[in-house]
Design a protein around this ligand. Structure first.
Ligand code: FE2
Ligand code: FE2
Length: 311
């Protein structure tokens, strides 16, 4: 690390400058001379500044005021969040393996992988808050409990994929969760429950931003091609694609892991937190940040993906 970079990092920690996600991680590591200790310090400061208490949040909910729709939204959220731990566990393992693989080939890419693997511990801890807040609330309001069998089934690990594809998929999953919770926040009456949905949605946006920064770092390294980012986005945005969630006529029978947003039970209510257009715009925004290529719709994503396949 260069002396100016060292001073800047030290000052940021000492003077209480707002912690933030390093959005140009590859340049920070290669041009600005940031070390993994510096990157970890930024991750840690941000994590600590955003911590919140599940116990306190739960105590602010007026259980008796919750409607049948509120309760089904909470119940669904708990089931969706149960599947995040295997995602984070798998990311940690994959990032460590990729770090070793790149170590002698491209040490800067190895450092990006290590930064990602290190951050996965914060991600996992934050998702633990989401899982427990929703499951405890669902249980307290008398919703169908989660059996140990279901719990274990929902912990099944995702299959491995190329790292850029994985990060883009995770960014899109966070967008899906953030938009769904944002929609929920607008239809619930109880102030305590609204605060929970708002807090969790804000966490998911922060996770999205991290995945975007790691994915961008891989593309910036020149070792990963933007076409793979577009391929994953297309998978979600195409007609009857993953983004349609539980409204799709044909759902994927994965046989490996559970994606609860595919299943979503409405319990007789006609409210569905899908908001497809919003997700489409956020995915396009993420692609722009990751690859530098601007697209504004799912058709443009498909066209760009096809063009990139020829490059
Ligand atoms: Fe979550
Ligand atoms: Fe998340």
């Amino acid at each position: 690390m260069t002396a100016p970079a060292r001073t800047a990092a030290r000052d940021a920690g000492r003077t209480g400058a707002q912690p933030a996600i390093i959005t140009d991680l590859y340049a920070a590591l290669t041009e600005r001379g940031m070390s993994l200790v510096d990157v970890t310090w930024e991750q840690h400061r941000l994590h600590e500044s955003r911590r919140w208490s599940v116990v306190d949040m739960l105590s602010a909910v007026d259980l008796d005021s919750l409607t049948a729709r509120d309760r089904i939204l909470v119940w669904n959220a708990g089931r969706a969040e149960l599947t995040t731990k295997p995602g984070a566990d798998r990311l940690e393992r994959q990032a460590e393996a990729e770090c070793r693989r790149w170590g002698s080939v491209n040490p800067s890419v190895a450092a990006v992988m290590e930064a990602c693997g290190t951050w996965s511990r914060y991600w996992n801890e934050e998702e633990a808050h989401h899982e427990t807040v929703f499951i405890q609330l669902a249980q307290a309001t008398g919703m169908e409990p989660i059996s140990d069998e279901t719990f274990i089934q929902f912990r099944q690990v995702f299959p491995d994929d190329d790292m850029l594809r994985t990060l883009v998929l995770l960014a899109i999953s966070e967008i899906t969760a953030a938009v769904n919770y944002g929609q929920c926040q607008h239809v619930v009456e109880d102030a305590g429950l609204r605060r929970i949905f708002k807090q969790v949605a804000a966490d998911e946006i922060q996770h999205r931003n991290y995945f975007v920064s790691f994915a961008k770092a891989l593309v910036d390294s020149g070792e990963y091609h933007p076409k793979d980012a577009f391929a994953v986005a297309h998978l979600f945005l195409r007609e009857d694609g993953e983004l349609q969630g539980s409204t799709r006529e044909q759902r994927e029978n994965r046989g490996t892991h559970v994606n609860w947003w595919d299943h979503l039970e409405t319990g007789g209510s006609d409210f569905r937190p899908e908001a497809i257009e919003k997700k489409e715009q956020l995915i396009c925004g993420a692609l722009k940040k990751i690859t530098g290529i601007a697209v504004g719709s799912r058709d443009e994503v498909e066209d760009t993906w096809m063009d990139l396949l020829d490059t």
